[in-house]
Write a protein of this length. Structure first.
Length: 215
């Protein structure tokens, strides 16, 4: 059985669940009621990957895939778009963002590929909103990568280190300072520093917490 057949089987299960003689719970769901489950399943995938257990990852990916297909099904029922349109849109986007594979652009390293991806994405997404529901460190990374913070956070390492030292000095030396503001500034500056070094602060902190957690 091919991959297309597997998708068809999952789709037919959703057809059955949403049908007149289907599941009462599934039939009453809407995109608004389902969106939380999509987010929850994505976090479950993240947690499974961190365990290093491929079988657990497989199970959680199946749950996430089902919820994504379920969400598409709901929108298709209302006539907003079809599954084929979702696939066509992401196919076109992936081709557009890989000109070194599908076009004539030449690259010499994975880092160059990443830089070019970010440039293309920045042009495409400048006016799209970064979800405010993202975890704060992840949201900071996305905002910093698009230079959407005011005042702008330096990408020069020396200037950024100077800002970090100033924020830390305010935090430690002035008991009358706004503690919350100084802490927030330090978080943002650390996110930028990590990004400049090729890391995501969210991933670093999650990994460190896993190592520190008492089990």
């Amino acid at each position: 059985m091919g991959k297309g057949d597997s998708i068809e089987r999952l789709w037919s299960i959703i057809d059955r669940l949403r049908g007149d003689n289907g599941c009462p719970w599934d039939r009453k769901q809407t995109p608004d009621s389902v969106k939380g489950y999509v987010v929850e399943e994505a976090h479950e995938v993240d947690a499974a990957i961190r365990t290093g257990n491929p079988l657990e990852v497989m199970e959680e990916l199946g749950d996430l895939l089902f919820m994504v297909l379920f969400m598409i099904h709901l929108y298709e029922e209302e006539g907003f778009f079809r599954f084929e349109q979702v696939c066509a849109q992401i196919e076109e986007k992936m081709i557009r963002r890989h000109p070194h594979v599908f076009g004539n652009l030449r690259v010499s390293s994975a880092e160059e590929v990443k830089d070019n991806w970010e440039k293309i994405k920045r042009v495409e997404s400048r006016h799209s909103e970064i979800p405010k529901t993202l975890p704060a460190l992840m949201r900071a990374y996305r905002l910093l990568s698009r230079n959407l913070l005011n005042p702008p956070i330096p990408e020069d390492e020396d200037a950024l280190k100077k800002l970090m030292k100033e924020s830390l000095k305010r935090l430690l030396d002035d008991s009358k300072s706004d503690l919350s503001q100084s802490l927030a500034d330090i978080f943002v500056h650390l996110c930028q520093f990590a990004r400049m070094k090729g890391y995501r602060a969210e991933d670093l902190l999650q990994k460190h917490l896993d190592e520190m957690e008492i089990r």
